[in-house]
Structures are given as structure tokens and as C-alpha cells.
Design a protein around this ligand. Structure first.
Ligand code: TRP
Length: 331
């Protein structure tokens, strides 16, 4: 049987170019040599209790983004996490093989606690049990299908480690039932800076969206932070956000040419931003068209997701059965 590559994306806002180079692109490339199990992690999104209407929109946007960026639902299995009722059941069984102390050490939970302690508040103020159990739910996502590799950004490394820990604990108690997966974390070369030079992240409000209107996309590109050198002055390409983003989109020869122009002087930031905008639109032209077509045909998206859920449940059901048997709630 084909080895499995599995990953999920939380539906929180429209995908940006950082998500693309950090995640989508790698995961889609892996589906050439693995059976890809890719999903929209809507259960995970609930830990921040988003507005239900916003969540619905975000689920469709992330689903359309996966497909528009090249995921082939006939070759990979593409689904919505909450369409798999085996997940919450698996999550409970795994919770009972999870040391509470392991969850106390999870980064997201610890960060929330530390923030409260800093201002002398009750440590658990504003922390729901969903946030606390987030890593167990994610372990269920990974372990239910006996995944081999989990392509994720470096920020998710700890979550995959926790899933491995849980699998090992379960196997020690009940015998070798669950496959222990490996994280697959692509090289740092793929890190594209945000428009302010920090890591590109929705929470920093420094993203360049992939599927926004041309006007909005251009506006974000024009907002890329630079120093105040005049066009004539020589510039340092390594320390310029415009150049560092440009290099992902322009042809290699053009990138080299611009590097030389930077060093010599004579090229203004505004001119290069405009060129970046054009390359970016060009790079995502097909994807943007496909995305819009899918967003205009939600019935098609629903049908694709439904078909994916059926396929993935065919893997989930027998695996869960083995876990149920192993723990003694099934014959
Ligand atoms: N926690 C991941 C994120 O925030 C999303 C996710 C949920 C996931 N379940 C997963 C990633 C399983 C990989 C495997 O991006």
C-alpha cells in the first residue's frame, strides 16, 4: 500500500503567499510519491470560537485554495475534518493515553498561561478545554489513518512530536497498533518574509494574499516596508523586503539583473514593487481563475469534499476498529 502523507490547514482567513511556499506547495509535491491525505481542519478552528458565518466562508476559501493551487482530488484524498465522525472518537481514546503533563507543556497552551501570569491573572483565564486538548485532536488526525509523514511548518513540529509520544504510549499499553509518524519540515529557504520583514502571518497583519482582488493585492505590495533610499542610491538586496519577496516570483535571470541594479543604484523601490505585482499576478493567474470559479460553485466544492470523506473513512473505519478492539470496547 502507498505510504501516506497527511496534513491539515486551519480555516482562518484567506491563504497568503507564505502559506503557499511554506505548506501547500510542499504538500502538493509530495502527493506525487505518497498517497496524500489533505484536509481542512475545521474542528481545530473552533478553539478560538470564530463567528460562524466567517468560519463557513473560511472553510470554503481554504478548500478552494487547495484545489486551485494544484491538489488533484482524484489522486489525493481531500476532505473536511468534521466530515469524519471517527475523529472525535479516536481523539477520546487517544486522550486516555496522553499524559496531562504533556499537554501542559504544549506551546500554545503555555503561551496563554504565561500571558495571564504576566499580568497577575488566573493562569487559565480565557483558556477553553478545546485549546488545551488541541494536540490530542491533532494526534487523532495524524494517527487514525496510520500516516507516514506529516508535512508542516516548523511551528507545528511540537504537535507532531506530541502525536508520536501518544502513539508510543498507546502501543506500549496495547501492543503495536498505531504507526509512529515522522514530521516533514521543509528547508528554511522556503521562508518568505512578510511585508514588514517578520515571518508572514495573519496575526502580524503583514501578509500578501493569493486570491484577493488585484486592487487589494497591489495595495499590500505597495505597503512593503523599505528604507528611504532614493532610486539613484545603491541598495542592499539581502536586507530588502521587496527584493526578498521578488526573488520568489521573477525568473532567475531577472532576479540576478535586479540584484546588480540594487548594488549599483538606479532602481527605485516603487518601480520594483510594481514589477513584483505583475509577476505575482502572472504566477497565480491560473490559480486565481480556478479559485474564483470554485467559489462561485460551492455545490462542486461540497461534492468534492463529500467524496473525499467517503474515501478517507474507508481507511479510518478499520483502523479505529483495531484501536477499539485493542482497548477492549469492541469484540
Ligand atoms: N494545527 C495545524 C495548524 O495550525 C492544523 C492541523 C490540524 C494539522 N490537524 C493537523 C496539521 C494534522 C498537520 C496534521 O496549521
Amino acid at each position: 500500500m502507498a505510504r501516506i502523507s497527511l496534513t491539515g490547514i486551519k480555516p482562518t482567513g484567506s491563504p497568503h503567499i507564505g502559506n503557499y511556499f511554506g505548506m501547500y506547495k510542499q504538500a502538493i509535491a509530495l502527493s506525487e510519491s505518497y498517497l496524500g491525505l489533505y484536509f481542512v481542519a475545521d474542528f481545530h478552528a473552533l478553539t478560538t470560537t470564530p463567528d460562524p458565518k466567517d468560519l463557513q466562508r473560511d472553510i470554503y476559501e481554504v478548500a478552494a485554495a487547495w484545489l486551485a493551487l494544484g491538489l488533484d482530488p482524484d489522486k489525493s484524498i481531500f476532505f473536511l475534518q468534521s466530515d469524519v465522525p471517527e475523529i472525535p472518537e479516536c481523539s477520546w481514546i487517544l486522550a486516555c493515553s496522553t499524559a496531562k503533563g504533556l499537554l501542559n507543556r504544549a506551546h500554545a497552551y503555555k503561551a496563554a498561561i504565561d500571558k495571564n501570569l504576566e499580568i497577575d491573572r488566573d493562569p487559565d483565564y480565557g483558556v477553553n478545554a478545546g485549546l488545551y486538548n488541541y494536540p490530542v485532536l491533532m494526534a487523532a488526525d495524524i494517527l487514525l489513518y496510520n500516516s507516514d509523514i506529516v508535512p508542516v511548518g516548523a511551528d507545528q513540529r511540537q504537535h507532531v512530536e506530541i502525536a508520536r509520544d501518544i502513539a508510543e504510549t498507546f502501543n506500549r499499553t496495547y501492543g503495536k497498533i498505531i504507526k509512529v509518524p515522522e514530521a516533514y519540515i521543509p528547508e528554511a529557504v522556503q521562508t518568505i518574509p512578510g511585508i514588514d520583514g517578520r515571518k508572514m502571518s495573519k496575526s502580524y497583519n503583514n501578509i500578501i494574499p493569493i486570491f484577493a482582488s488585484e486592487k487589494e493585492t497591489r495595495k499590500q505590495i505597495m505597503r512593503i516596508v523599505t528604507d528611504s533610499k532614493t532610486p539613484e542610491e545603491p541598495k542592499d538586496p539581502e536586507n530588502c523586503n521587496v527584493f526578498q519577496i521578488f526573488r520568489f516570483f521573477a525568473p532567475e535571470a531577472r532576479v540576478e539583473e535586479v540584484r546588480q541594479q540594487y548594488l549599483q543604484g538606479g532602481l527605485g523601490y516603487g518601480t520594483l514593487k510594481q514589477e513584483l505585482f505583475e509577476h505575482l499576478l502572472n504566477h497565480f493567474a491560473d490559480a486565481r481563475q480556478k479559485f474564483n470559479a470554485l467559489m462561485d460553485d460551492k455545490a462542486q466544492l461540497d461534492a468534492i469534499l463529500k467524496q473525499g470523506a467517503e474515501k478517507v473513512r474507508a481507511i479510518a473505519i478499520p483502523n479505529l476498529k483495531r484501536m477499539r478492539k485493542a482497548v477492549g470496547i469492541d469484540k
